[in-house]
Design a protein around this ligand. Structure first.
Ligand code: N2P
Length: 370
C-alpha cells in the first residue's frame, strides 16, 4: 500500500510538472518561430519587420544545400517551423511524411502567387498541398570578364559549359580560381546534360561518366562550396564560379558597392542550365504552426516579396509583386531570362534515393580527387 501510495504521488507530481512544462512550452512556442532557409536568400529587414508586426521572435538559421537540409529533416525532429527545400527534393520528402498539409484558408495572400509557377511546382507537390514557391533561379556561370579574357583570350567560351569541362580551359583558369557548388544532385546532372545524357539518368555507367568528367578537371578546381563564392567573386579571388543566379547577382552588387573595379557577370550557357524552385513548407512536427502560417502569409505579401527580390536578385513567384521589382532586375536576362533561354533550362531532377546515394558517393570521390 505504502509503495502504491508513493507511486501515485510520484505520478501526480510528474503529472503536474509535465502539465506546466507543456503549458510553458505552448506559451513559448507561440512567441518564437524557427526558420531554416537558404543563406543569402532574404532581405536584411524582412525578419525584423515580421517580428515588429507580430511580436513573434524569429530564430533564423541558414543552410546552403538541399543535402544539408534533408539530412536535418530525415533525422527527425528538426526543430524548425518553416523550411525551404527545392522542388527536386520536395516530392520524396512529402512521401516520407516530413511535412504537414497546408491549410490555405490561413493564408489569404495565396491569391498573389503566380498561377503558372504554382502549376509547375505542382509537378512535385500535387495541388500545391504542402508548399508554395518562394523564388526560383538557374545554375549557371558567374565570372570575372577581365580575368577570364586575360587567361583564355577574347574568344573565351563564356556562353558554353566548354569553358569548364574542356580540361585545356580549366587548366588555364586554375590560375585565377574556379569553384563549383557542393551538391551532387545539382552538379552531376549538369555533367550528364553536357555529355548528352538525360539529366535524370539512373544509369550507373552514365553517372560514372559524369563523375569522370569532373575528375578530369578536378586538379584545376580551387574548391567546392555553395555559398562562399559570392564574396570570392566579389573580391576577385575567383574568376569562375558555377553558382546560383541570384548569388552571382549579389556578388556583382557587392563588387560594385566595394568600388574596387572587380566586375562580375552571369552566363546561362547555350547548352542549357538547371533551374530550381525553392518551396516553403511546414515540418510535420513544427512547434509553432500558427506562427508558421503567419510567416508564410507575410512572405506572400507583394511588398515583402518584392523587397526580397530587390535585395537578393532571385525571381520570385508572386505575380502581384512584379510591378514592385526593380526594373534593372526584371530586365536582367540572367535573372528573368527571355523565352528562348527559358526553353533551354532543364528542371533539376528528383532522383530516387538509390541514385541519390550513388551520386553522393561519386561526388565525395570527386571532391577528394580520387
Ligand atoms: C541562395 C541559394 C538559393 C538557391 N544562396 C538554391 N536553391
Amino acid at each position: 500500500m505504502k509503495m502504491f501510495g508513493r507511486t501515485v504521488l510520484a505520478v501526480s507530481v510528474l503529472g503536474v510538472s509535465l502539465f506546466s512544462a507543456i503549458n510553458n512550452c505552448a506559451l513559448a512556442n507561440d512567441k518564437v518561430l524557427r526558420v531554416y532557409n537558404w543563406s543569402d536568400y532574404i532581405a536584411p529587414n524582412t525578419v525584423k519587420q515580421f517580428e515588429d508586426e507580430t511580436g513573434i521572435t524569429v530564430v533564423y538559421d541558414v543552410f546552403d544545400s538541399n543535402e544539408t537540409l534533408e539530412a536535418r529533416l530525415l533525422a527527425g525532429k528538426s526543430g524548425y517551423d518553416i523550411v525551404v527545400p527545392s522542388n527536386s527534393f520536395l516530392a520524396k520528402q512529402i512521401k516520407a511524411g516530413v511535412y504537414q498539409p497546408l491549410d490555405k484558408s490561413k493564408m489569404p495572400n495565396w491569391k498573389n502567387l503566380n498561377p503558372v509557377l504554382l502549376k509547375n511546382a505542382a509537378a512535385s507537390d500535387p495541388d500545391n498541398g504542402y508548399a508554395f514557391p518562394y523564388m526560383w533561379g538557374s545554375i549557371g556561370i558567374g565570372y570575372n570578364p577581365e580575368k577570364v579574357k586575360q587567361v583564355l583570350g577574347k574568344d573565351a567560351p563564356i556562353n558554353s559549359w566548354d569553358l569548364l569541362f574542356k580540361p585545356e580551359n580549366a587548366e588555364k583558369l586554375k590560375s585565377c580560381g574556379i569553384s563549383f557548388l557542393d551538391s551532387p544532385t545539382e552538379m552531376l546532372p549538369l555533367a550528364l546534360h553536357y555529355l548528352g545524357y538525360p539529366v535524370n539518368s539512373q544509369n550507373p555507367q552514365q553517372i560514372a561518366e559524369a563523375e569522370a568528367l569532373f575528375m578530369k578537371i578536378r586538379p584545376s578546381v580551387a574548391y567546392f562550396h555553395s555559398s562562399k563564392y559570392i564574396s570570392d567573386l566579389a573580391n576577385g579571388n575567383l574568376c569562375v564560379a558555377v553558382g546560383y543566379s541570384g548569388d552571382i547577382y549579389q556578388a556583382k552588387a557587392r563588387a560594385v558597392e566595394a568600388g574596387d573595379k572587380v566586375n562580375v557577370s552571369y552566363s546561362i550557357p547555350k547548352e542549357g542550365a538547371g533551374s530550381f524552385y525553392d518551396m516553403v513548407a511546414i515540418p510535420r512536427d513544427a512547434g509553432n504552426v500558427e506562427g508558421a502560417y503567419k510567416f508564410m502569409n507575410f512572405l506572400m505579401r507583394p511588398d515583402v516579396m518584392a523587397e526580397i527580390t530587390n535585395s537578393v536578385g532571385y525571381s520570385n513567384a508572386n505575380s502581384a509583386a512584379t510591378p514592385l521589382v526593380d526594373e534593372s532586375i526584371r530586365n536582367d536576362p540572367g535573372l528573368y531570362p527571355q523565352q528562348e533561354v527559358m526553353a533551354t533550362l532543364y528542371a533539376i531532377p528528383d532522383m530516387p534515393i538509390a541514385t541519390q546515394r550513388l551520386m553522393t558517393r561519386g561526388w565525395t570521390r570527386v571532391k577528394l580527387g580520387k
